[in-house]
Design a protein around this ligand. Structure first.
Ligand SMILES: [Ca+2]
Length: 145
């Protein structure tokens, strides 16, 4: 849902939905807040409403965001492009609606968007990041066992 705008959130960046708590029919929402350099996570109530946001610090000017189980522990994780820091921040999910502190990966100049794909191993999600500064796509291969 790139470009979504929600009242009360500082979201020039992107949004993503997934079950961060791990209840498949209760979708949660995460928003990259571009101007405040953080991310809002809103846990779903399962009836179309959400709990109050919990904020997590990201890098400078988060833009693209994704949800996927990146470390194969069956808990949803979030990845955020820190567009002014040339990095991606990964937030591993704890499976209870909370996230661990971000792990930073350098990805090149001017990253903007991020997606997942099984580029090397069909059982592992790798990351692809588009860079506007050097006009390249950076692939981060998943090395989790
Ligand atoms: Ca995970």
């Amino acid at each position: 849902m790139p470009g979504a705008h929600l009242s009360g959130l500082n979201c020039r960046g992107s949004t993503v939905a997934g079950s961060i708590v791990g209840v498949p029919k209760k979708l949660d929402l995460a928003v990259a807040n571009y101007f405040s350099s953080d991310m809002s996570v809103l846990l779903g109530n399962g009836d179309g409403t959400f709990q109050n946001q919990t904020k997590y610090l990201t890098g400078d000017r988060p833009h693209g965001i994704l949800s996927a189980d990146l470390n194969n522990d069956s808990k949803l994780d979030l990845g955020v492009v820190n567009s002014w820091e040339d990095s991606v921040g990964l937030f591993l999910g704890n499976g209870d609606g909370t996230l661990q502190n971000q792990i930073i990966y350098r990805v090149g100049s001017g990253p903007l968007s991020i997606t997942v794909g099984a580029f090397r191993n069909k059982n592992k999600w790798d990351l692809a990041v588009t860079n506007t500064g050097d006009n390249k796509v950076k692939i981060l291969l998943n090395s989790c066992l």
